[in-house]
Design a protein around this ligand. Structure first.
Ligand code: HAH
Length: 336
């Protein structure tokens, strides 16, 4: 039920959850403008959607561009918000030069490790004390087959130990920062076991890792509540902290490719509200191990899902609508 209330009667999401976990939003320069008031009221954590990725921070070797990321960190500091760093080592959005010698041949292990270390060190030291945690490695686990790690230039050139090197470099660069392994399809039972094995293996080798990031790109049908609970249990059993890092609940099932809708149907919104309701009930139940829940955006006026996986198709995955008004989903998660 959408309540008829004036703006002042809308509770602040971050205040409602202050005894449970931080409430975050991914931002970009446009949403930081458009959603400024919403962000200040409801969120106490931000993540740069793209602006701290490798290709944005070091597009050319040794040429770092920190203007936009600096502005985001300043915005957070001015408004008493924390910043999650995303992300240091990933197979996407990493520039070609990283893997190539001047003559166009592929670099060797030594040079790639050196470049990895240099990137991690420069970025983390710049934001020491300002960015409290980093997604050190993003999406290294394979979605299919028997193998744990996906094939990438990191595994091909360095080998499977690229992950532990990344964490060790990160810990050296900023010993205070909390270091996360972050991935999607994290609640799928098969991928969950792989992520668990990877992280358990790191812990056995005394690799400095402090948490697991569950991206939580969910939809109105999947994952099941049971699978989410089992994933939380399993990851928590490693003794690490848990963050939800990129939460959104698509109104489309993954296999649904329709492109005709200009607004979500009533059924979609009802189902979405029910999903938000139950998921947040579970998150509150596990709030002793969950420190932070970040949405991959602030409100339905902008979401990466309006281009993925179906190009140009609008999606409405958040708890605030295109005009930044609370949706039924919002009222469900503040009412407990
Ligand atoms: C995430 N990948 C990335 O971590 C983030 O940096 C990006 O902005 C958006 C989503 C998610 C993903 C997925 O859900 C399915 C296939 C590939 C990647």
């Amino acid at each position: 039920m959408t309540k008829n209330v004036t703006k002042n009667n809308i509770p602040s999401l971050q205040e409602v959850y202050q005894n449970n976990f931080k409430i975050g939003a991914a931002v970009n320069p446009r949403t930081l403008q458009m959603q400024q008031e919403l962000l200040k009221k409801h969120f106490n954590s931000i993540t740069a959607e793209n602006e701290m990725k490798f290709e944005e921070l070091q597009p050319l070797e040794g040429k770092f561009t920190f203007d936009v990321s600096d502005q985001m960190v300043e915005f957070a500091q001015a408004n008493g918000m924390q910043v999650r760093g995303h992300t240091l080592v990933w197979h996407n959005q990493t520039p070609e030069w990283m893997f190539l010698n001047d003559d166009g041949t592929t670099v060797d292990r030594e040079l790639l490790l050196e470049r990895m270390k240099s990137h991690i060190t420069t970025v983390m030291q710049r934001y020491k004390g300002k960015i409290f945690c980093w997604d050190v490695v993003n999406e290294a686990v394979s979605d299919s087959g028997e193998e744990i790690l996906r094939k990438s230039r990191w595994t091909e050139i360095i080998g499977e130990d690229f992950i532990e090197h990344a964490f060790r470099f990160a810990h050296e660069a900023d010993p205070e920062a909390l270091l996360f392994y972050n991935d999607y399809n994290e609640s799928d039972p098969v991928k969950r076991e792989k992520i668990y094995k990877l992280v358990a293996g790191l812990l056995e080798k005394d690799v400095p890792i402090h948490g697991i990031g569950l991206q939580a790109h969910w939809n109105i049908k999947q994952p099941s509540y049971g699978n989410v609970k089992e994933a939380l249990e399993k990851y928590a059993s490693l003794g690490l902290r848990i963050h939800l890092t990129e939460l959104d609940i698509s109104v489309f099932e993954f296999s649904d490719r329709r492109t005709d809708l200009t607004e979500p149907t009533e059924d979609m919104l009802t189902l979405q509200a029910e999903r938000y309701d139950k998921f947040f009930e579970i998150l509150r139940e596990y709030s002793n191990v969950i420190d932070s829940v970040t949405f991959w955006g602030g409100a339905d006026d902008y979401t990466w899902l309006s281009d993925f996986p179906v190009r140009g198709r609008k999606n409405w995955p958040f708890v605030f609508d295109e005009n930044h008004h609370p949706k039924e989903s919002f009222w469900k998660i503040v009412d407990f």
